[in-house]
Design a protein around this ligand. Structure first.
Ligand code: NOJ
Ligand code: NOJ
Length: 621
């Protein structure tokens, strides 16, 4: 019933006014669109989501769009952010068993997905957890892609822990310990082991270090230590590695007063990127106040960065008429060429959310402080602002916070102006015409609407947050990592009807698993001249090579291919001492398959743990 009224409301509102102004209409819009966002978001989750036919239970498709672009896949990042949102929604609203069932299905789906061997690797050494996307039926995607992406595992750990915290708070700690924690633990182990290796950023384009990824890694490990303790276990790697990630996180800030979102790369960009705004809102904890080391939304660094990033998009046609200090459509980064570069709903909403978060903290602490770093941000909004503390209750404080609130609401108004008239949110909207573009009904867009709305209404569950007090940054950064132990989570049935008020107790503490696997890392090389559009894959009679099934073959990378040395390669961990047969296969752009001539190649991996080896050679004609 709610949804029907909402749609009706919308059409009316849109006809009446293009950009609704005044608090009341934003309130109404938020209420109406929240209902639509929740409904549409659920439509994109298998098995019974109305737009997700073919997706298995608990799997989130990024969008129902199957062509231009094809987003009918499940991304670890998108899914984790969606379930972080849903779990927070669940925990801050009246108990809803249907939503709880979805959350349980997500946890179970991810337990299974963690064990699916894929082009990034497998669970043996954790490497497969860095795979970014899978088919919606939970099988591996073997096409070329930006691999690995290190933000998926920490984000999934954070999503899982948010439900673990609900279970603990509501009397089901044993369920959290036995069913949820084994999934979370693998992702924390991955984070502690691989955080210092380069990977692709959240936009899947740049290999290097990414602010969004690093801050998610830090948050996950800090929260990991805390949740481990509550579940009578430990995460020693979390304790040990988290401070080093925080140390590294500081290096994204630059002297020009903003966060450089991609570092340790050679891309030619300013580094001003919605990446950093997303990083800030997803590690918001009101208890941290305006701490700048964790880039809290109200910190001077995060506010200066907000201005730096948002201002880069003011040159776009639909933004050009908006004066400084008023909201615009915000995109990924100004140099973006994906769909020629446009504003994204989810980043525009994140730009609002950061400011709502800031307002909530200032309100709670009864003051706000303008520093030389954040002064330009405030000057755009209110004339004559000075570097000083403003106490709640004063006219100046009221003027500043009300201007920030209006600015934040402005981003929501931009979304309401350019959404589809029935409330649907795609991925992007055209920078010249404002028309929705790219994937329709993007699940992440809806999740972003819900989190921005929760921030505006300041409704958060009691367990919202992850770090009770400001952390200390180590004086010297060390790139310490910890090799993890990875164990498939096999307990995947939740007890029925876990309504609030359970009486479970944890009977015994659980030791951390220790690694018993002995692995050898094998690099497969083949020399073959190819033309644009060709890809090379390898298939063999072990699981890591697709068990002889060509549809499960692993793609090689042409990163080091040159005309003189036409090299394709692939690296994977196999059990030490494994012996197997394999061959290479060429796949042409139109799908034609050309198998290497026989006999099958044979290889026996070294039986020494942590050894490396190489195999392959010239293509056999
Ligand atoms: C798909 C990715 O998801 C998107 O972020 C990227 O811009 C395009 N591929 C082009 O690389
Ligand atoms: C492209 C975006 O760049 C990426 O962040 C996202 O994961 C995929 N689309 C799927 O939504």
């Amino acid at each position: 019933m709610r949804a029907t009224t909402a749609v009706a409301f919308f059409l009316g509102a849109l006809q009446a006014t293009a950009i609704p102004t005044g608090l009341t209409s934003v309130d109404d819009y938020i209420e109406a669109e929240s209902a639509i966002a929740l409904e549409q978001l659920l439509c994109n989750i298998g098995a019974d989501g109305c737009n997700a036919a073919g997706a298995a239970a608990g799997y989130v498709i990024a969008s129902p769009s199957t062509a231009d672009p094809d987003y009918f896949f499940t991304w670890t990042r998108d899914s984790a952010l969606v379930f972080k949102t849903l779990t927070e929604y669940f925990a801050s609203h009246d108990y809803d068993p249907a939503l709880q069932k979805k959350i349980e299905e997500y946890i179970i789906s991810q337990a299974k997905l963690q064990a699916v061997s894929n082009p990034s690797g497998g669970l043996l050494d954790g490497s497969g957890l860095g795979e970014a996307k899978f088919h919606a039926d939970a099988t591996q995607f073997t096409g070329a892609w930006g691999r690995p992406q290190h933000d998926g595992p920490p984000l999934r750990a954070i999503a899982g822990m948010s439900y673990a915290k609900w279970l603990i708070a509501n009397g089901y700690p044993a369920t959290a310990q036995e069913i949820v924690w084994p999934v979370v633990r693998n992702d924390l182990a991955y984070t502690a082991q691989y955080w210092n290796e380069t990977g692709f950023d959240l936009w899947e384009e740049v290999k290097g270090a990414s602010f969004f990824t690093t801050i998610a890694q830090y948050r996950a490990l800090v929260e990991g230590s805390e949740v481990a303790a509550a579940l009578k276990t430990t995460c020693k790697a979390c304790d040990e590695i988290a401070p080093q990630i925080l140390c590294f996180l500081q290096s994204y800030w630059n002297e020009d007063g903003y966060i450089v979102s991609n570092i340790e790369t050679n891309v030619d960009r300013t580094g001003k990127d919605g990446n950093s705004i997303l990083g800030s809102i997803h590690s918001y904890d009101p208890r941290l106040g305006c701490d700048a080391h964790t880039f809290q939304p109200c910190s001077d660094k995060a506010l200066a960065n907000h201005k730096a990033v948002v201002d880069t998009f003011r040159e776009w046609p639909i933004n050009a008429a908006a004066p400084a200090g008023t909201a615009v459509g915000v995109g990924r980064y100004i140099e973006d060429i994906y769909y020629e570069g446009n504003p994204w709903y989810l980043i525009t909403l994140a730009s609002a959310e950061q400011l709502y978060d800031a307002l909530n903290v200032w309100e709670a602490q009864g003051s706000l402080t303008v520093t030389p770093t954040s002064l330009p941000f405030f000057t755009d909004l209110v004339e004559g602002v000075k570097v000083q503390e403003y106490k709640a209750g004063t006219a100046d404080y009221e003027a500043i916070t009300s201007a920030v609130g209006t600015y934040a609401d402005g981003f929501v108004n931009v979304v309401s102006t350019y959404m589809q008239s029935n409330g649907s949110l795609a991925e992007q909207f055209d920078k010249a015409t404002g028309k929705p573009l790219s994937a329709r009904d993007l699940t992440w867009s809806y999740a972003s609407f819900l989190t921005a709305a929760a921030a505006r209404n300041n409704v958060r569950s009691p367990d919202f947050g992850w770090l009770a007090k400001k952390p200390k940054v180590p004086c010297h950064c060390k790139a310490t990592t910890a090799n993890g132990a990875y164990v498939e989570a096999t307990k995947t049935t939740f007890p029925p009807s876990q309504t609030p008020g359970g009486d479970e107790t944890i009977t015994s503490s659980i030791p951390e698993p220790t690694s018993t696997v002995c692995l050898s890392r094998v690099t497969f090389n083949v020399l073959i001249e190819t033309v644009w559009g060709d890809s090379i894959v390898v298939v063999g009679d072990i699981e890591e090579l697709g068990n002889g099934d060509i549809s499960q073959a692993k793609p090689l990378s042409a990163d080091n291919y040159t005309a003189e040395n036409p090299l394709w390669s692939f690296k994977v961990a196999v059990p030490a001492g494994a012996s197997f047969k394999y061959h290479f296969v060429k796949v042409k752009e139109d799908g034609t398959i050309i198998e290497e001539a026989g006999p099958e190649r044979e290889y026996e991996a070294s039986d020494e743990c942590n050894s490396t080896g190489e195999t392959g050679g010239a293509w056999q004609n």
